[in-house]
Design a protein around this ligand. Structure first.
Ligand code: PMP
Length: 348
């Protein structure tokens, strides 16, 4: 047939549904959502669903604006941050110059660039998996996309370094994907006061333990927001459902709960990293709720298969890239990670 699109899709992490597994393959939060979220769900009046959801998500934007110290009109809400990122690609990257993003980073950027026919250049990381600031300065480009902390490396870039990139590219939009920022990184939020060309994306999927709810958001200047809203309203105006908005609002109102559970995850991450290092594994320094590790004494592929046989699901990217020697392991509860350490110890 004519006109059918040919595209290699993004391969998302597997979502095994079995019971009694340790599922640490897609960076979900180890803990339950806030008790306030659970109460908001049981209090929700299903009669309301007769109506369409909000076009502008004012309640949620107001609550987020308060927490983040920005104004409501600097925020846009979407169906997960994937929705916001895809919208941003459509809205901001319409020049002939290639957009830049690292090789290695979140795999979806390349897929969106191909899907939306946006020219792109992948910029190598350094030998130790760092994003090299100078590679994004003085180079012809139609925009830049960085994840900070980067995924799947977990490595964080300081605010000073991010600012150098934003300041040197003021004619194009620099997207900073902060999906994992609340596990220890330094946010680019302060740059919003100085630069109109920065767009920050966040998600409720990781630090708010709501991956199944599908809510994400973006933060940027009114100039960028006007374009995003125009594209959103030409495409999928009711992208956030009413239940999701209500529950995300409840999560936003429980900063204390999330600060505590995410602190615990960061502590478990550091403990787990040290345990793997003691076995001789290379573990990249992570500021997220996952680690990237190169096993010692066993290949990544073999360890992946062994763990799976013990019902422990981690992420193996396979292929022939530089990631093929590594496993990405999300940080579960302390008990789960202690079990993982014990099972890995049994291999030797
Ligand atoms: N950005 C990064 C770096 C991610 O790892 C993910 C999750 N896979 C997302 C964005 C998208 O998350 P969500 O759509 O669940 O908000």
């Amino acid at each position: 047939m004519k006109g059918l699109r040919k595209i290699a899709p993004y391969v998302a992490g597997a979502q095994p549904q079995e019971k009694n597994i340790i599922k640490i393959n897609t960076n979900e939060n180890a803990f339950a959502p806030s008790p306030r979220v659970i109460k908001a769900l049981s209090d929700f009046d299903a009669n309301n669903l007769r109506r369409y959801s909000s076009l502008t998500n004012d309640d949620l934007r107001d609550a987020l604006a308060k927490n983040l110290g920005v104004s409501r009109d600097q925020l846009i809400i979407g169906n997960g941050s994937d929705d916001i990122l895809a919208l941003a690609f459509l809205s901001f990257f319409n020049s002939d110059a290639p957009i830049l993003f690292p090789d290695v980073t979140y795999g979806f950027y390349k897929v969106w660039a191909e899907l939306f026919r946006i020219p792109f250049t992948e910029v190598d990381l350094s030998d130790d998996f760092e994003i090299v600031t100078s590679d994004y300065i003085g180079r012809d480009n139609g925009g830049i996309v960085l994840t900070n902390p980067n995924a799947p490396t977990g490595i964080h870039k300081t605010l000073d370094e991010v600012e150098k990139i934003v300041a040197a590219n003021q004619d194009m939009v620099v997207i900073i994907d902060e999906a994992y920022i609340n596990f220890g990184g330094e946010s680019a939020l302060p740059l919003l006061k100085k630069y109109e060309n920065i767009f920050i994306t966040r998600t409720f999927s990781k630090d708010a333990a709501l991956a199944g709810l599908r809510v994400g958001y973006g933060i940027g200047s009114p100039k960028l927001m006007a374009v995003l809203n125009a594209v959103k309203n030409s495409y999928n105006p009711y992208s956030v459902d009413m239940v999701a908005e209500r529950l995300a609002l409840a999560a936003t109102e429980d900063v204390a709960y999330y600060a505590q559970v995410n602190h615990e995850i960061a502590e478990t991450r550091d403990w787990f990293s040290d345990e793997l290092r003691a076995l001789g594994f290379d573990v990249l320094p992570s500021q997220t709720n996952f680690i990237l590790t190169k096993p010692a004494g066993i290949s990544a592929a073999d360890l992946f298969a062994f763990l799976q046989s013990k019902k422990i699901y981690v992420r193996y990217f396979g292929g022939t890239t530089r990631l093929s020697d590594y496993l990405r392991i999300s940080i579960g509860t302390q008990d789960e990670m202690a079990k993982v350490v014990q099972v890995i110890g049994d291999v030797f």
